[in-house]
Design a binder for this molecule. Sequence first.
Ligand SMILES: O=C(O)[C@@H](CO)OP(=O)(O)O
Length: 215
Amino acid sequence: MLQVYLVRHGETQWNAERRIQGQSDSPLTDKGEKQAWQVAERAKALGITHIISSDLGRTRRTAEIIADVCGCDIVFEPRLRELDMGVLERRHIDSLTEEEEGWRRQLVNGTDDGRIPDGESMQELSDRMHAALAACLQLPEGSRPLLVSHGMALGCLVSTILGLPAYAERRLRLRNCSISRIDYQHSPWLASGWVVETAGDVSHLDAPALDELQR
Ligand SMILES: O=C(O)[C@@H](CO)OP(=O)(O)O
């Protein structure tokens, strides 16, 4: 049974400042770097064999630290990037007007084409994340891959595996450098395909980490 580990990148400057990144970027904070070293030790203990990472700077740096500790190569995969949040990227969450808040809510209010102007829909995000995940099924027998990605992107992936629509309200908290695990199973009793084993585990971190609303 293929086990795939999912890691959200370490805390960034804009995470801490409550600014929206999307496919824009900001560097890891000192705390984010420390989180990455801690999740890397966990990854090593788990016997990770392959690291596949979003090619944005914050995931790239997190993946490099994990690769350093695990002794693996990294494959950069643009389909693991964060949701494109269009015209709201770089903005402070607290500075949005009512109209802009409405755009943000369109992502999760039950319309499958809801999007921020110039951005991407949750369904488009789900499609590319699932395509990137499906590629893991081609890895050699015995592989144990770890994907490094983002809060909205991983939240959407896990939620859709659980059977929720891509645009459903998010009920899953994914803190910086949390680990989730999904397995590909064949089961006549339960679902065949991807199942969620754990989500959002931060037991390897020695200090509280931020969730996507910076709490
Ligand atoms: O893009 C962002 O600002 C947040 C949104 O949830 O995601 P992440 O920090 O995980 O990239």
